[in-house]
Write a protein that binds this ligand. Structure first.
Ligand code: UDX
Length: 460
């Protein structure tokens, strides 16, 4: 099928690449000329596992192209995926102006009937407004636009794998033709008819993802309800961690046992610095806003958001208790990205930590395998190190803020010899407190036994 993808960000590029891998002809467009130039030159502007490989094979097979001319892309696509940003406004409401802009372009440029699919995360009822806008902006009124919602559930870092091996595919439609067209688009993925870059073409036997056809409103709600539920789960685990610290229990033991109950499940129960990134914080805010706008009280979600914001305060309390005065201290921050396997630093808890350390006059060094280039724009005054051991040389403390594997497997015996003080404040619970104590470290983490060179430091 000829498919147009509008917006070449994380969602748009992964969608375009995977649909091309599935055998469709994809044309991508974006208002950012620099991005389109890079893509045309074969440069992938974001870091996402397998994306490079899949885009270059699609390019070689001539199944993907990029243009700055939105009209050209719109006219070429039978189905148009809208993958533009929906950032939060001051009041938490999703800013849908990019969707409105795209609706106008589609209505003005289309010369034949189109299936217009919202892939960006949008509040419920956006599909209804989109349908109205397409009708209102159309010059002739002769072209038929069918609107559908197809929420993405991609996690950054594993987005290609998530797209090609989905848990479920949700399509919100108002007519059978749109449902059939979307099934045709996803058929190669449902039937595993693609060369999988994740498993080198040899995917483990897996169940067929359910293809769920719902109304547009339901599909839109499914996305927000899913992300908000996961955010609730994380905040729940974080409150349990606080409770463990007061009571003298271990949050890892508690959440592990909880997760073995299939009704609860073990994922998204990791206590620590809390959730960040461009999805969870904004989706939670948008969902709270949407609920309030229709008179439904979602205090539960507000509480989850509050708990999450307080994680940074809780962490800085630990840092201040351990180091006493921050001014002049050499502090190494391990991890800047909002989570491992991405270069994305948007709403990253680590950056908020860095900001507060800098504000208090600490000398901050940072190490991150992928996110340093981006972080340099916001914090040019930091010292950046590719090598974590170099970053830790003469440090008064190591602050672990992102759960990258290179930090998980760090040789702390070697690091300890380089550091000026053997102090680790672990915001992601990566290490065993007992092991760190054996290695002679003062070690603090979330919701586990607080240790300070054998001295019990209550209240951490
Ligand atoms: C999320 C959803 O998972 C995905 O389905 C949706 O399409 C987009 O939003 P993403 O933002 O890539 O994906 O990140 P995710 O892996 O879900 O993690 C979100 C945040 O929660 C990260 O900051 C992560 O560190 C944090 N987190 C996650 C925890 O603090 N504890 C956990 O147990 C899990």
């Amino acid at each position: 099928m000829h498919i147009c993808v509008i917006g070449c960000g994380y969602v748009g590029l992964v969608t375009a690449a995977c649909l091309a891998e599935a055998g469709h002809d994809v044309i991508c467009t974006d208002i950012d000329s620099d991005r389109i130039d890079k893509l045309n030159a074969g440069i992938v502007p974001i870091y996402e596992q397998h994306l490079d490989a899949i885009l270059s094979s699609a390019r070689k097979a001539r199944r993907i192209s990029y243009t700055l001319d939105a009209g050209e892309a719109i006219r070429a696509g039978e189905a148009i995926f809208i993958c533009v940003g929906t950032p939060p406004k001051e009041n938490g409401e999703a800013d849908l102006s990019a969707i409105d802009h795209v609706a106008r372009q589609i209505a003005e440029e289309a010369q034949s009937s189109k299936l217009v699919i919202e892939k960006s995360t949008v509040p419920a009822r956006t599909g209804f407004e989109l349908q109205r806008a397409l009708g209102a902006y159309s010059r002739t009124g002769n072209i038929k636009f069918r609107v559908a919602s197809n929420p993405e559930f991609l996690r950054e870092g594993t987005a290609v794998a998530d797209f090609l091996h989905p848990d479920r595919i949700v399509v919100g439609v108002e007519d059978d033709v749109s449902a059939a067209q979307l099934r045709e688009i996803y058929e190669p993925i449902l039937e595993h008819r693609f060369h999988c870059p994740v498993h080198q073409g040899k995917c483990p036997a897996e169940h067929k993802a359910p293809f769920l056809v719902t109304t547009i409103n339901s599909a839109e709600l499914i996305k927000h309800a899913s992300n908000s539920f996961l955010a609730l789960k994380i905040s729940y685990a974080n409150v349990i961690a606080d409770l463990c610290e007061k009571i003298g229990a271990n949050v890892d033991e508690v959440t592990h046992a909880m997760g073995l109950d299939p009704r609860i499940g073990g994922q998204f129960l990791k206590a620590g610095l809390g959730f960040g990134g461009f999805c969870f914080p904004k989706d939670v805010q948008a969902f709270i806003h949407l609920s309030a706008s229709v008179g439904v009280d979602f205090d539960m979600l507000k509480a989850a958001e509050k708990v999450n914001k307080q994680r940074i305060d809780r962490y800085l309390e630990k840092v201040c208790k351990a180091l006493w005065i921050l001014k002049g201290k050499r502090i190494t921050v391990l991890g800047l990205a909002f989570k491992a396997n991405t270069d994305d630093i948007r709403f990253a808890p680590a950056l908020e930590v860095v900001k507060r350390l800098v504000d208090q006059g600490a000398h901050v060094r940072a190490c991150d395998p992928e996110a340093m280039d981006r972080a340099k724009h916001s914090f040019p005054q930091l010292q950046y190190h590719e090598d974590p051991y170099e970053a830790l040389r003469d440090a008064d403390a190591a602050l672990v803020c992102t759960e990258w594997d290179i930090f998980r497997t760090l040789d702390w015996v070697r690091a300890g010899k380089l550091m000026s003080r053997k102090l680790v404040i672990d915001g992601r619970n990566l290490y065993s407190p007992a092991v760190m104590r054996e290695l002679g470290f003062e070690y603090y983490s979330f919701g586990r036994e607080p240790l300070s060179n054998g001295r019990t430091a209550s209240g951490y």
